[in-house]
Design a protein around this ligand. Structure first.
Ligand SMILES: [Zn+2]
Ligand SMILES: [Zn+2]
Length: 320
């Protein structure tokens, strides 16, 4: 089951020539889930992997750089006769905001709902859930943790057969926890295997709830609006420095840290170097880069730089 994060926009506050406003596309199997939708997000997606029929959009908070792309995107879905339902989730205030925006996107022909989440209100997916948690920004603001359901242990078919269980329906019964021909499931099924977790900070100052949510995450996508020499400004504006993000990553013992929400004053390399001094497994993705998150036994998360020659996986969704 593929699990990856596509960085559709990696700027903070204002776009730069190289970086669009915040948007992350999480791809898990056939699911396409967007986290934040800054102005220009649909254009960023159309230019790269295509504008997929997203079915869930999670907004971290109500600052305009994180949602202003939504009304236009809804309009595009409407124009291409979308039928699939779409839900937008966010902190308190998102419902009133989207209601006010209806003056722009009008009536939609596809089922559309806006859901305000309280911290701890998990949104269930197919064998995973997305958990909002409060972060330390200005006004209500969430980070999100995507947590997969635990994976069952490996089934040793050879051993089961040697113990006298015939392949076929009896294998299924064993895997569902039944005793078959005197063979107990735990004799032929290994321990539960670790599933994957991706944590997205949204905008935040260094934050204890986030450090807890990110505990041993496979990937922590953390904002790093500033470098450490601007830490006073970071504190005043409710943001983090690259070094602070790295300290959280180290404390939470994550497998990879990806810095985003980069102020236009930085190219990215200086933030990466500052963070790597504290936490080595740090990347600063550029727009359109992807981080693939394999199961732990298949290796470490990997940053794949955008290659325009590559066939975009969702390009068939691009409007004609
Ligand atoms: Zn922001
Ligand atoms: Zn903000």
């Amino acid at each position: 089951m593929e699990l990856s994060v596509f960085f559709a926009g990696t700027a903070g506050s204002a776009p730069s020539a190289r970086r669009g406003l915040p948007a992350l596309l999480v791809r898990r199997g056939a699911d396409r889930i967007l986290f934040d939708c800054g102005e220009g997000t649909q254009r960023q997606l159309v230019r790269s992997v295509g504008l997929a029929d997203l079915h869930k959009v999670f907004v971290t908070h109500l600052h305009a750089d994180h949602w202003l792309g939504l009304p236009g995107m809804l309009k595009s879905f409407e124009l291409r006769d979308r039928e699939r339902p779409l839900a937008v989730y966010g902190p308190p205030g998102i419902a009133a905001l989207m209601k006010a925006m209806r003056i722009i996107y009008g009536r939609l022909s596809f089922p559309f709902e806006v859901i305000e989440l309280a911290p701890g209100n998990a949104v269930a997916g197919d064998e995973y859930a997305i958990h909002p948690f409060t972060v330390a920004h200005r006004g209500p603001a969430y980070g999100y943790a995507l947590v997969e359901a635990p994976r069952p242990g490996r089934f040793d078919a050879e051993l089961a057969e040697r113990l006298g269980v015939a392949p076929g329906p009896d294998f299924g019964r064993l895997q569902r926890g039944e005793v078959v021909a005197g063979v107990r499931p735990e004799q032929v099924i290994g321990p539960t295997r670790e599933s994957r977790k991706i944590v997205i900070s949204g905008d935040t100052s260094p934050c204890e709830t986030l450090a807890v949510a990110a505990d041993r995450a496979d990937l922590l996508v953390h904002e790093a609006t500033f470098a450490q020499d601007e830490r006073d400004r970071a504190r005043q504006t409710g943001h983090s420095t690259a070094r602070q993000a790295a300290e959280i990553a180290a404390a939470a013992d994550v497998r990879m840290l990806a810095l985003t929400h980069v102020s236009a004053r930085y190219a990215g390399g200086e933030l990466r170097d500052e963070a790597r001094a504290v936490f080595a497994a740090t990347e600063v993705p550029r727009d359109f880069d992807t981080i693939e998150v394999p199961f732990v036994e298949r290796g470490a998360p990997e940053l794949l730089r955008w290659d325009p020659q590559r066939v975009p996986p969702d390009s068939q969704h691009a409007p004609a």
